[in-house]
Design a protein around this ligand. Structure first.
Ligand code: A3P
Length: 283
């Protein structure tokens, strides 16, 4: 049983020293990654949790399929390989769009060598807050503590879900930085100018489209439209919970205490040079 600094419980499965969401069979699924066969046209969306997975997923899906409208299913966007048996992934038609939060050391090696990877980065203060609400509002009773307890859990590299944010970004960026099969997308850049990022993603994927298509994808992937179009399973959330909570930059200011912010900034300043990417806490 895992607990935070205030004694509140926290549900996770520890695999190779990393705390993961307690999906059934997650340990054996990850151990079976040695049998995972990557395809050259696979597209992986990789990030530390709550960094824009569903957002980028919908952009990619609209571009790849040429569909004009989002599907209403939210499930389509949560094909976490760590939550599935390798065999079920084999049955998916190409091009597969897969997403994962695993740190580099748990990622299937073949996929790293052969497939396209979009790594999304969101400033960690907002990602931590978003993750807190995800854990708290989830019907899986993932966490029953307070923001203060969750902050401590997340700042501690030994208990942070999916591993320390700093290591996640630094390790992934080291292998992706000069990899032509990889694209780094920042949540804050999508907030600033979504159409520009949609165009970058389309060109990277090899699906260049017209301005008209970029315009449509930008409209359909706005926060308001996604929140309206996507049906969220009632079995997943407690009342008030949502995958589309606020969708803004800077909500951390409503949660971080002055002391928490100082603690965070001290560690951030120490580790910043390993990240190889600038981080925007504001836009
Ligand atoms: P908040 O909890 O801060 O609102 P993920 O998909 O990785 O789980 O990330 C979820 C976060 O991305 C949530 O953040 C959600 O609101 C935000 N998000 C999802 N779609 C978005 C969109 N179209 N525009 C802006 N933010 C979006």
């Amino acid at each position: 049983k895992l607990t935070d600094s205030e004694g509140n419980s926290f549900r996770a499965v520890v695999v190779k020293g990393i705390h993961l969401h307690p999906f059934p069979l997650v340990e054996s699924n990850i151990n079976n990654y040695v049998k995972f066969h990557a395809r050259e046209d696979d597209v992986w969306i990789v990030n530390w949790p709550k960094s824009g997975t569903h957002w980028v997923y919908e952009v990619v899906k609209l571009l790849i399929t040429g569909r004009e409208e989002l599907t209403d299913s939210i499930k389509e966007g949560t094909m976490f390989p760590e939550a599935c048996a390798v065999e079920s992934l084999e049955k998916l038609p190409s091009p597969r769009v897969l997403d994962t939060h695993v740190p580099l050391k748990l990622f299937p090696e073949e996929a790293l060598k052969q497939s396209k990877i979009i790594y999304t980065i969101r400033n960690p203060k907002d990602a931590f807050v978003s993750s807190y609400y995800h854990m708290k509002n989830n019907k899986g009773d993932l966490y029953d503590g307070t923001w203060n307890g969750y902050f401590d859990l997340t700042m501690d590299e030994n208990t942070c879900l999916y591993g320390s944010w700093f290591d996640h970004v630094a390790d992934w960026m080291e292998v992706l930085e000069n990899n032509p099969n990889a694209l780094v997308v920042k949540y804050e850049d999508m907030k600033r100018d979504l159409k520009k990022e949609v165009r970058r993603i389309a060109e990277f994927l090899g699906y260049p489209k017209s301005e008209e298509v970029y315009e449509n994808v930008t409209t359909k992937c706005s926060f308001g439209h996604m929140k309206k179009a996507k049906k969220e399973p009632k079995s997943f959330w407690k009342p008030g919970g949502s995958m589309y909570r606020k969708g803004i930059v800077g909500d951390w200011k409503n949660h971080f205490t002055v002391a928490q912010n100082e603690k965070f900034n001290t560690i951030f300043n120490e580790k910043q040079n390993k990240l190889r990417v600038s981080v925007d806490f504001d836009i």
